[in-house]
Structures are given as C-alpha cells and as structure tokens.
Design a protein around this ligand. Structure first.
Ligand code: IPD
Ligand code: CA
Ligand code: CA
Length: 270
C-alpha cells in the first residue's frame, strides 16, 4: 500500500479489523431488540435503525483516531468529505432488511481509498465471524488465509447471486434476466447483502454476482476483495464504470462474458 511501510500497514489492518469486529459484536448484541418504533424508512424500501447509526458512529470515531485527518463516505449520518487524500468508505450494516427480520446474513463493509484508489477492503460476516479482507496487490484473505475465486468454467454449473433495487423494480428487466439464467445456470440466489455477495464471489462460494442501483459504500471493499482473489469486476457493458455501484458484475472471470451476454440481451446498455 502506498505511503505506509509494511509494519505500519500490518498494524493498521489489525486495528481496523479489531474495530470492525467490535462493531459487529454490537450489531449482533442488538439483534432482535429493535422495536418497530426504532425503524425509520429513509426512502422506498430502505430501512434504518439506531443500530446502523450507532455502528457507523463507532467506526467513524475509531477510524478517525487511527488515521487522523481522513475523510469519510458513509451510508448514514456522517458528512461526506471527498476532499481528503485518505477516505474511508463505509456501510456500517449491509443487509438491514435481513437484520430487522432476524435473518442471520448481514455484514460490515469498510474500504480505505488513498488518492482515489481503494487500497484496503474489509467485509465482516458478523454471524459467522468471517473477516474477508484484501490489500491492493497483496491478495485476498478469509480470516487471514489466502482465498481465490472458484474454478467453475461451465456456465451451466455456475451459482450466481443478484439483488433487486429498492426502487424502479417495475421498470428494470430483472425477470427476463432471471428467467434466462434460471435455465442456463445451476442456481440463483438473492441473499440481501451486496458486500457479502462480493465476498462470497471472492472465496468461491459463488461463481458470480450482478446488481444495479447500489452505492459506492455497498461495493468499495468487496470489489477490491474480488479483484485480489483473482476475479473480474465490470459494469454491465464490460467496462469500468462500476465504482459508484450503478451497475456491477463480479465473477471468477471464467464465466464473466457469458453473464454479460445474458444481461446485455435484456438491458438497454449505455
Ligand atoms: C442493501 C443490500 C442489498 C442490496 C440493496 C442494498 P443495505 O444494503 O446490500 O443486498 O440489494 O440494494 O441497498 O440497505 O442493507 O445497507
Ligand atoms: Ca448496503
Ligand atoms: Ca447499510
């Protein structure tokens, strides 16, 4: 990682992971305790509670102490500050709908961007205590063990995840894409945490994942983790306009073109 020597980076990674695990422990502790009065609707189908907000506040406080002067791009209340060299991109609780229904599949996502390039990514699978991490040009890891994408080459053996956006569901051709994938791949999943969909693609549980209408905090960490695990990440046209989360296709690389081709047949691409 630029600007840090190896010792500094290792120490930073250890401290960031501890902070994320502490935040995850808080989220887990509150599971099942959120009342309907505690839940706000931010936008259509987009829910939030004190758990998301307090988790974010804990991360922002801890990360500000670790790298004084760094900026933040987050999902909840912290003001965006894109003017800094070092920016933490955070989704404090990815999978809020699952969380509020006590479906045990949600995560914390934290990325560190330095001079516009994501250098570190962490996705923490809270209920299974799985820390997915990556450092740019340094590989991807699951609880400290190096991981790589799946070897699946045959599209008809692939297991693919997707997500449905909160809005505009009726105007986007999801059903058509799903219908085609239903008969051309082995299995389709909709898990409900984009960050974990990417992490699962990186470690080979999934062969690919695609979604649209996301935000940078949903995917910043997961994209680096997939890339460092040897996978491919593009937008729906095969280009690199995925960083803001408008469109993303992540895969093991081997089935990427076939998935792009299915999506491209049904989406009107820019
Ligand atoms: C959501 C999850 C979900 C995806 C949604 C996201 P949130 O994030 O990642 O899988 O389909 O589009 O907004 O709201 O739970 O942080
Ligand atoms: Ca999210
Ligand atoms: Ca969230």
């Amino acid at each position: 990682m630029q600007r840090y020597n190896t010792m500094d980076t290792r120490a930073l990674i250890g401290k960031v992971e501890s902070l994320i695990r502490e935040t995850g422990a808080f989220i887990k502790e509150e599971l099942g305790k959120v009342n309907s009065d505690d839940i706000e609707t931010k936008a259509m189908n987009s829910l939030v509670s004190y758990v998301d907000k307090n988790a974010e506040a804990k991360l922002v406080k801890g990360l500000s102490e670790l790298l004084p002067g760094s900026g933040f791009i987050t999902e909840e209340d912290t003001p965006d500050d894109r003017s800094k060299d070092k920016i933490w991109i955070i989704d404090p609780l990815d999978g809020t709908t699952n969380y509020l229904r006590q479906i045990p599949h949600f995560s914390v996502s934290v990325a560190l961007q330095v001079d516009g390039v994501v250098q570190l990514g962490f996705v923490y699978n809270i209920m299974l205590d799985e820390m997915f991490s990556a450092g740019k040009d340094h590989g991807a890891f699951l609880n400290g063990r190096r991981m790589i994408v799946s070897p699946t080459k045959d599209f008809n053996e692939s297991v693919i995840a997707t997500g449905f956006p909160y809005e505009n569901r009726e105007t986007l051709p999801f059903v058509e894409i799903l219908q085609e994938l239903m008969v051309t791949c082995r299995g389709l999943r909709r898990f409900g945490s984009a960050a974990l969909d990417l992490a699962f693609t990186a470690c080979g549980r999934l062969d690919a994942y695609y979604e649209c209408c996301l935000n940078t905090w949903d995917i910043a960490a997961g994209v680096l983790i997939v890339q460092e695990a040897g996978g491919t990440v593009t937008d729906f046209s095969g280009g690199n306009q995925y960083e803001e989360g408008d469109q993303i296709v992540a895969s093991n690389g081997k089935i990427h073109e076939q998935l792009l081709s299915v999506i491209g047949q049904h989406m009107t691409l820019a």
